[in-house]
Ligand binder design. Structure first.
Ligand SMILES: *Cc1c(COP(=O)(O)O)cnc(C)c1O
Length: 396
């Protein structure tokens, strides 16, 4: 039971894949007019229309989408990019990949970037802030935008875990100067492996496009040759088979989110309030993807105790999502971070516990909970287990 989109894979995905197979149209560039026919192009257009975004590029993973976004924004050697210490390794790794320096910042009670700490870490070399909508919930985009504008730095959204989520009515990923989605099986919607980079302006889009397609101008528009920057790129293109699945999944995104939120709301009704425990603060509760339901305890001890009883672990023990569990950061890189460098993040994660709602992933610390297809009985049972574990831990 990975992410919620996975649970909704069905006939339309199969039908689209069969259409690809019927013509063996395995790449976006098979047709004379790729604009018209390819699923990859259709996915890009559907995302732009459905999420009301600027120009987008579909690529082969969420990590590729982050790299494409960074390339599009022109991040390079000597630049610093501020990124939270609580995020998947890909956010930090993609920055280092461009020879830029990841500068880790604290998260606050929302478990997303703490705007005050971001502002403290801005230097003349800061090029961008990477806002990660961690566990499906939005960062404080208003404050981050103001800080970015005040200091003349770019704002990039890692919305890998939050496709379809929103902040004050705007879809996550479309608010910053660039954004990125992932469609791996643990995300809101999936095509196995895939991602999309989103841009605010055409120049960044064209640079991003060139990066994932061997330096070509967008859509290999030969009229455009010579008008863009001459550059090398990689091949990170999304295959047609993946796009065929992603197009069908995108149509389901709002249904997937509505169902996930319904399950979360029921779980919230059933969870008893307890002294010393509260749900994580959300900057936009309505726009939360509800991948998980996070509770933060007043101290680490009951959090650990409850986690033990539920055979899960506090978020500080979730591998590869917390800088304290990334040996890469203390090893061979020029940037060195180790547990203790972000005391507030360390403290909050040691006291926080995620119950799975849409996304069940032991690595994310959401090994206990329910799923989008759970029955009322399942939800009641999970809530009771949580309630009794909290009761005994808090009484202890
Ligand atoms: C999943 C994820 C990514 C990377 O996506 P992939 O498709 O697995 O490459 C990047 N950032 C965050 C925050 C993620 O959760």
């Amino acid at each position: 039971m990975p992410g919620p989109g996975f649970e909704f894979l069905g006939d339309e995905e199969r039908h689209n894949v069969e259409q690809v197979l019927a013509q063996w149209s395995l790449t976006r560039y098979l047709f004379d007019n790729p604009e018209e026919q390819s699923f990859v192009r259709r996915l890009e257009r559907d995302i732009e229309a459905h999420f009301d975004s600027g120009p987008t590029v579909a690529v082969n993973s969420g990590t590729s989408a982050l790299a494409t976004a960074l390339a599009g924004l022109g991040v390079g050697p000597g630049d610093e990019v501020i990124v939270p210490g609580y995020t998947y390794v890909a956010s930090i790794g993609s920055i280092g990949h461009f020879g830029a320096t990841p500068v880790l910042a604290e998260v606050d009670e929302s478990l997303t970037l703490d705007p005050d700490d971001v502002e403290r870490r801005i230097t003349p070399r800061t090029r961008a802030i990477m806002a990660v909508h961690m566990l499906g919930a939005s960062c404080d985009m208003e404050r981050l935008r103001k800080i970015a504008d005040r200091h003349g730095v770019l704002l990039l959204e890692d919305a890998a875990q939050a496709c379809g989520g929103s902040y004050r009515g705007a879809r996550l990923g479309t608010i910053g100067d660039a954004g990125a989605y992932s469609f791996n099986p643990f995300k809101v919607i999936t095509c196995g492996e895939g991602g999309v980079a989103l841009f605010r302006d055409h120049a960044s889009y064209a640079r991003g496009f060139a990066y994932q397609d061997q330096g070509w101008p967008p859509l290999r528009d030969n009229n455009g040759v010579g008008t863009g920057e001459a550059t090398f790129g990689l091949n990170l293109r999304m295959p047609e088979l993946s796009a065929a699945v992603a197009c069908a999944q995108l149509k389901r995104v709002d249904t997937v989110l509505a169902e996930t939120r319904r399950v979360r709301n029921r779980l919230i009704e059933l969870i008893e309030p307890h002294e010393g425990v509260r749900q994580r603060r959300l900057h936009d509760a309505e726009g939360d993807c509800a991948n998980v339901l996070v509770h933060t305890f007043d101290s680490a001890e009951p959090a650990r105790e409850v986690a033990g009883q539920l055979s899960t672990k506090p978020l500080a023990d979730s591998g590869r999502h917390y800088y304290g569990n990334m040996p890469q950061l203390s090893g061979n890189t020029s940037v060195r971070y180790a547990r203790g460098d972000l005391p507030r993040t360390d403290d909050l994660l040691s006291r926080s516990l995620a119950i799975s709602v849409g996304v069940s992933d032991a690595h994310l610390g959401s090994g206990f909970g329910v799923g989008v297809r759970s029955t009322e009985e399942d939800i009641v049972r999970a809530a009771e287990k949580f309630n009794s574990a909290v009761r005994s831990a808090v009484a202890a």
